[in-house]
Design a protein. Structure first.
Length: 586
């Protein structure tokens, strides 16, 4: 069998001849496809036959790819068996090479900011920013068993064999939950921003962002699972069984409501992915089906690149990547890939040989495949424009958890809530929860109380302590509150505390905090306080290190302005240190 990674010239010319003969036909198909898909998408390839394509670029890796590469905002990262995480731009430019100083598990995830999360085989979780800089590490005690999932606000859901850990983007633990059974079907983010997965005993676990769990005992271990959202019912788990029966579990109702129906699929299911009320199902015979589980309706089935027998008893769930987004449905395996429009038209198929791991199909329409020859290949398969709002980094989150606007706390109506004894008791409670990683279901209550205290008429030391604690449970949802506090508060020490908290949280994808910092250095809002300016320098450096470019470019501009503040030597020295840190890293 000839590998697509190194196609012979004769094969390329043969396919070129076929394309020339069908030139007019393809033009018609392309025009029709563009009209059907709508204004937000355009199809580059729309054909009903397999094709081979020469890669648009290739790069030697110095090792074999392990696990699924991950692309995000015009770059891709891949783990190699030597313990390296390597990044390339979508044009093929090498960006950076991070060495983990040990063997890595075959799982990498990327946040909206482009931070990569990897784990060594000894259980050390590592966060690496989009410039290849190590941000923080956490000892989990054992290695992860699936990719880290990133929540709406940047929080992380981390899975080991016997535990789930939820942390902030900066690596502070919010809650943990023990697992008595191994995970059978990989966890996914559901329509409410929580997680859903199936254990080996057939039990479905639905856990929200604050650690509240709902359990459902399925009749048997499902062959596949997906999360959809049904109107008036909310997030719904779809469990697909090998006998063609399905179970719909309404996870948001929390009282065991489920419906068992028969779907009568033409072949047993192997994998599934949900979007809105529909689910794409990969069947064991290699076909794709689009179904509406709640209505027991099969909209269409289509043949993928998979051939009869390629999904067998030895095929594992990790051997297939099924994507379902606004562009369409995509099946990715080591031996090829297929793309389908939502109406069932097969847009393209391709065959691969020699892939060391399941390739990645990115939002940029490029398939990234690590070959067994230690080379990363990039294939341009289609060109699409996503309609979702894009900010500095990636797409805007699908929702939020309400932690940035949590509403009044339970003590909001208590007249003496800002008395010294009441404040100290509450601070002690929150400090203990943070130290023990047990914030959990109290997260919104704590956030509400800390915000109320930070904005209150209480003494400055208490307001500063509230801001400091808020940083340990904060996320990108907290940034607007802190940035507003920095802008409007008259106390320079409170301004400084707000800036420090923003730096500790570390994420600012909209650039809101950096705009506030820059405005504070320019007339008519210029701050003339050493403590506040020093905090701005430190926070700017922290934000820039976490996210890297393009946010760091604004950070360098702010720090450069601070270098001219000769009357504030401490702030100026802090800005120099932050800029020097950038140069050492580069």
């Amino acid at each position: 069998m000839i590998s697509i990674h190194k196609p012979p010239i004769s094969k390329v010319l043969r396919y070129s001849a076929v394309i020339k003969k069908k030139y007019l036909f393809l033009l018609c198909v392309l025009c029709a496809s563009a009209g059907d898909i709508g204004n937000n998408c355009s199809v580059l390839h729309a054909q009903e036959n397999d094709f081979s394509e020469v890669p648009i670029w290739r790069h030697a890796l110095g090792g074999a790819v392990i696990g699924h590469p991950v692309s995000q905002v015009e770059s891709v990262v891949a783990i190699t068996d030597g313990g390296n995480l390597k990044s390339f731009s979508s044009q093929g430019t090498p960006l950076w090479d991070y060495y983990a100083r040990g063997r890595l598990t075959p799982y990498v995830s990327r946040s909206r900011e482009g931070t990569s999360y990897i784990c060594r085989t000894n259980g050390l979780l590592i966060a690496v920013n989009r410039s290849g800089r190590e941000l923080w590490t956490m000892n989990l005690g054992s290695p992860i068993v699936s990719p880290v999932l990133c929540g709406w606000d940047g929080r992380l859901f981390v899975f080991t064999e016997n535990k789930i850990t939820c942390t902030t983007a900066a690596g502070y633990t919010l809650w943990t939950r023990a697992l008595e059974e191994k995970i059978a079907l990989a966890p996914i983010i559901d329509a409410a921003g929580g997680i859903v997965f199936v254990q080996e005993n057939g039990e479905l676990l639905s856990i929200d962002s604050f650690g509240n769990a709902y359990s459902y005992e399925a009749n048997k271990l499902p062959a596949a699972a997906a999360s959809i959202e049904i109107e008036n019912m909310g997030p719904t788990a779809v469990l697909l069984h090998g006998d063609n029966s399905i179970e719909l579990v309404y996870t948001n109702l929390k009282f065991g409501v489920s419906v068992q129906e028969r779907l009568n699929l033409p072949s047993p299911p192997f994998a599934a992915a949900g979007r809105n009320e529909k689910a794409a199902v990969l069947l064991r015979d290699g076909r794709i089906a689009l179904v509406s589980p709640a209505y027991r309706e099969i909209h269409w089935t289509g043949a993928s690149h998979l051939r009869a027998g390629e999904i067998n008893a030895a095929t594992k769930a990790d051997d297939v990547k099924l994507l379902f987004d606004e562009r369409g449905i995509y099946v990715i395996t080591r031996n090829g890939a297929s793309g389908f429009a939502a109406d069932g038209r097969r847009l393209w198929t391709m065959r691969l040989t020699g892939a060391a791991a399941v390739p990645s199909f990115g939002d940029d329409g490029i398939l990234y495949s690590g070959g067994g020859d230690w080379i990363l290949y990039a294939y341009r398969l289609e060109s699409r424009v996503r309609s979702k709002q894009r900010l500095l980094y990636g797409e805007k989150s699908e929702g939020d958890y309400g932690t940035g606007r949590p509403g009044p706390s339970s003590m909001a109506g208590y007249y003496f809530r800002f008395e010294e004894a009441e404040l100290e008791a509450r601070f002690a409670e929150i400090r203990t929860a943070i130290r023990e990683g047990n914030v959990g279901n109290n997260e919104k209550e704590y956030a509400a109380w800390l915000m109320e205290t930070a904005s209150s008429s209480a003494g400055a030391q208490y307001r500063i302590e509230a801001i400091r604690l808020l940083a340990y449970i904060g996320s990108r949802e907290t940034i607007p509150f802190l940035a507003n506090l920095f802008i409007r508060d008259r106390e320079s020490l409170v301004k400084a505390a707000a800036a420090e908290a923003i730096g500790k949280i570390g994420v600012d994808p909209e650039g809101l905090a950096l705009r506030a910092f820059e405005n504070a250095l320019l007339p008519p809002f210029r701050i003339l306080d050493e403590t506040a300016l020093t905090a701005v320098a430190a926070a700017t450096g922290a934000l820039s290190r976490f996210s890297g470019p393009p946010l760091s470019e604004a950070g360098v501009r702010i720090l450069t302005i601070l270098l001219r503040y000769d009357n504030f030597p401490v702030a100026r020295s802090q800005a120099q240190r932050e800029l020097a840190g950038f140069r050492r890293f580069q």
